[in-house]
Design a protein around this ligand. Structure first.
Ligand SMILES: *Cc1c(COP(=O)(O)O)cnc(C)c1O
Length: 366
């Protein structure tokens, strides 16, 4: 391959739909519906149908979605929320922004998702909720986490930022907890032309509160019932999302096909992949592998014109921002192993079959 193959390349997808998106932008422009408004409402309806859930509340990004979910659940200072140590840091931001404390749990050594057997030992009288993360696009064991929440009277939230369109036991994710939080960051499987996020829920009550919270704590203009936020979704972002949503299942299916090739054609015992339980139908936001010598592996990939990326090189509990919580190296060995050894392979719908074959050959020749 002459051309470098990157982990992600957004250009191909956006060229395909450019005309359609630009026409939609023109409509938003003519209506000057730039913040909230009809284009956001249209996307919210379509996304609710897609997730088989009653409500979607469009917001400014995935981090603000998590923040507002915490606030709508009444979580704040003095409360603890259990989250996996192996996730993108924004899961923890949602908790911290609400004034609560993230309590980390290690991932398993094979699925790399929250270790169900290690959750209950972290529950204290201050624990209010568990946020599970559908990491790399693969659903975690929702029923198991939901059962722990029920037993201990905790709220259950899905961080679905990486998993738009994934299925758990044949049901779309986003409809299982009190709320699910989505990111529509451009690099996600469903990404806006801009920043955006959303919360899905079946609760009318949470929806009403979230509508107020995202809009300055206001239901009636210039009357503010509580301290609110400006976390609205933009009209241009919403218009681009409505168009992309129509293609999402096709794009996800293409990712599934690429993943299937990686899983079946890579025959190299030095390379380990995420274990996939039968109930999880992943959308492969990322395709992460581990090797025991990352430097050497990445050098090899580079020599074959493949750019690797790392998701994520430092687990949440060892980030400087959380040094005050007192975690140390060795607390979560599986998350730490993954952070040290993870490499993300090229994964996006527009990869050609030849490019996928090239990556597979490179992996098999390592
Ligand atoms: C991307 C992401 C977020 C945050 O979304 P933004 O839109 O970037 O704020 C939250 N959680 C996870 C797991 C993510 O991957």
């Amino acid at each position: 391959m002459e051309k470098k193959i990157n982990c992600l390349d957004l250009k191909g997808q956006h060229q395909q739909i450019k005309k359609e998106v630009f026409e939609a932008f023109e409509k938003v422009y003519e209506k000057t519906a730039f913040s909230g408004g009809p284009f956001v409402e249209e996307f919210e309806k379509a996304f609710s149908t897609f997730c088989n859930v009653k409500h979607t509340i469009g917001v400014s990004n995935g981090t603000t979605a998590l923040h507002l979910a915490m606030l709508a659940l009444g979580i704040g200072a003095g409360d603890e929320v259990i989250i996996p140590a192996n996730t993108f840091i924004a899961t923890a931001w949602g908790v911290s922004h609400a004034g609560a404390t993230p309590v980390y749990v290690d991932c398993t050594a094979d699925t790399w998702e929250i270790d169900i057997t290690k959750i209950e030992e972290k529950i204290t009288p201050k624990t209010k909720a568990i946020i599970g993360v559908h990491l790399y696009g693969q659903p975690f064991d929702i029923d198991a986490v939901a059962a722990i929440c029920k037993k201990h009277n905790l709220k259950f939230i899905e961080d679905a930022a990486q998993a738009q369109g994934a299925y758990y036991k044949n049901k779309p994710i986003g409809s299982f907890g009190e709320m699910a939080c989505f990111s529509f960051y451009p690099g996600k499987n469903l990404g806006a032309c801009g920043e955006a996020g959303g919360i899905t829920t079946n609760s009318d009550e949470y929806t009403k509160h979230l509508h107020s919270l995202r809009n300055h704590g206001s239901m009636v203009r210039y009357y503010h019932d509580e301290i609110g936020y400006n976390y609205r979704m933009g009209g241009l972002e919403a218009a681009s999302l409505s168009i992309k949503l129509k293609y999402l299942n096709d794009w996800n299916n293409r990712r599934r096909a690429i993943a299937k090739r990686y899983q079946s054609e890579v025959k190299n015992p030095k390379i380990k992949m995420q274990a996939q339980p039968t109930w999880a139908d992943s959308v492969y936001h990322l395709f992460v592998v581990t090797t025991d010598n990352k430097e050497k592996f990445v050098k090899h990939l580079d020599s074959k014109n493949i750019n690797a990326a790392y998701h994520y090189p430092v687990p949440c509990h060892l980030q400087k921002a959380y040094a005050h919580l007192g975690y140390k190296k060795g607390d979560f060995p599986n998350s730490e192993y993954l952070a040290e050894n993870c490499v993300s392979l090229p994964m996006y719908a527009e990869l050609t079959d030849a490019e996928v074959s090239h990556v597979i050959e490179a992996l098999n020749s390592y």
